[in-house]
Design a protein around this ligand. Structure first.
Ligand code: AHM
Ligand code: MG
Length: 341
C-alpha cells in the first residue's frame, strides 16, 4: 500500500526582528534582576545626545557652526564650535540622570561633579570625547563621539581619584559615528552590538549583534606623514607590511578608522612621535573605550608589546598613550616588530 508522503512545507522566512536601542537596553537590563534602571537611563541619555549631535553635525555649514571658537581646550587644541555644542549636549543630558555622579570630558579641564553625595547607592562616572576628529568637520568628513562608563569608586578620596581606574573596570563603552549614516556601537561587556539611526523614525535600530572583527586583513591605518619620527619598530613594521602589499587607509578621525577595522579588519595605530612622545590619543576618552569594544569583538588593543591598553593604571584623566588596535593577527604583527626593534 502506498504511504501518503506528507508534502514538505517550506519554512516560513522569519522577518527580521525590529529592535530599537531603547528596547535593546531594556532587554539587557531584564537579565539583571537587581538592576535599578539607573544604568539604562544613562545609555538612553547617550542615545538622545547622539541624535542631537547628529542633527547639529548635519546642519553644521547651514548653521555656520564650523571653524574654531578661538579657545584652546585643556589639550592645547583649538576648540571647534561644534566641539563646544556637543560637549554641552552631553553634559546637559547626562546631568539629568540620577545615576550619574561624575562626568569627565576631553574638553573640560576638571571633571564635572553632578552629585557629590556619599550614599551607598551605586553611581556611575561617564567619560567622553564629545566630537572626535572634529577637524574633519570643515570638509564634511566623518566625526564621532566616544564614551566610557565606570562605576564610581566610593573608596576614593576625591572625584578625580575615583575616575582613575584602569580600562578593565569599564562597565560599558561605545561610540557614535556621524558618517553617511549615524551608527551607534555599544558594549556592556556581553559582546558588541551595532545600531543605525533611522532618520524616518528618529530611532536607532539594531542592525548587528555580537560583532566580531576579522582575525586578519592586510591593511594598516596611521598618519604616515609622521613616519620619520616613529620609534624604529613601527618603521620596520611599515616596511614589512609594504613589502607584503598591505593597503593604507586613514580618515584621521579615530571613530571612523576604528569602525572600518571593526567591520573589515586591519590595524589602527597612533604611535609616539617627536611632537607627541607619549602618543596623541587620550587613554580615558579614546583608547580605553575603543580597546574594550575591540577586545569584546575578539580583537586586541595594546600600548606596547605585551601591554594591553585596558591594563594601564591611569595617573591623570587627560593622559595620552600610544595605541595599537584591531584584528588580533595584525596587532600581533606590529607587536612582534616593536618587540624585536
Ligand atoms: P581630537 O579628539 O582632538 O579630534 O583628536 C583625535 C584625533 C583622532 O580622531 C585621530 O585618530 C587623530 O586625532 C588624528 O590625528 P592626526 O591629525 O595627527 O593624524
Ligand atoms: Mg576631540
Amino acid at each position: 500500500m502506498n504511504q501518503a508522503v506528507a508534502p514538505s512545507i517550506p519554512a516560513t522566512p522569519q522577518p527580521r526582528e525590529i529592535v530599537t536601542l531603547q528596547a535593546h537596553i531594556l532587554q539587557q537590563q531584564s537579565q539583571y534582576p537587581e538592576a535599578t534602571g539607573q544604568f539604562s537611563w544613562i545609555l538612553s541619555a547617550l542615545s538622545i545626545s547622539a541624535k542631537m549631535i547628529a542633527a547639529h553635525v548635519r546642519r553644521a555649514r547651514l548653521d555656520d557652526v564650523l571653524g574654531s571658537v578661538g579657545n584652546q581646550n585643556v589639550q592645547g587644541e583649538q576648540q571647534q564650535k561644534l566641539d563646544v555644542i556637543a560637549n554641552d549636549i552631553l553634559l546637559r543630558t547626562l546631568g539629568g540622570r540620577e545615576g550619574v555622579a561624575i562626568v569627565a570630558s576631553e574638553e573640560n579641564e576638571e571633571p564635572v561633579i553632578l552629585r557629590a553625595d556619599d550614599s551607598q547607592e551605586r553611581k556611575y562616572c561617564v567619560l567622553f570625547d564629545p566630537l572626535d576628529g572634529s577637524s574633519n568637520l570643515d570638509i564634511c568628513g566623518a566625526v564621532g563621539t566616544i564614551f566610557s562608563i565606570l562605576r564610581k569608586d566610593r573608596r576614593s578620596s576625591s572625584p578625580a581619584q575615583s575616575l582613575l581606574q584602569p580600562g578593565v573596570q569599564q562597565v560599558a563603552a561605545g561610540y557614535v559615528l556621524y558618517g553617511s549614516s549615524t551608527v551607534f556601537v555599544l558594549t556592556i561587556g556581553l559582546g558588541v552590538d551595532m545600531f543605525v539611526l533611522d532618520p524616518a523614525y528618529g530611532a536607532f535600530m539594531r542592525v548587528a549583534r555580537g560583532l566580531k572583527v576579522p582575525r586578519a586583513n592586510p591593511c594598516y591605518s596611521l598618519n604616515e606623514g609622521n613616519r620619520a619620527s616613529f620609534p624604529d619598530g613601527y618603521q620596520k613594521y611599515l616596511s614589512w607590511a609594504q613589502e607584503r602589499g598591505y593597503s593604507s587607509r586613514y580618515v584621521g578621525a579615530m571613530v571612523a578608522d576604528v569602525h572600518r577595522i571593526l567591520l573589515q579588519g586591519g590595524v589602527f595605530m597612533y604611535p609616539p612621535t617627536k611632537k607627541a612622545p607619549k602618543g596623541k590619543l587620550r587613554l580615558m576618552y579614546e583608547a580605553n573605550p575603543m580597546a574594550m569594544i575591540m577586545e569584546q569583538a575578539g580583537g586586541k588593543a595594546l600600548v606596547a608589546p605585551e601591554q594591553r591598553i585596558l591594563d594601564v593604571h591611569p595617573t591623570d584623566i587627560h593622559q595620552r598613550v600610544p595605541v595599537i588596535i584591531g584584528s588580533s593577527e595584525e596587532v600581533d604583527n606590529v607587536a612582534r616588530h616593536l618587540a624585536t626593534a
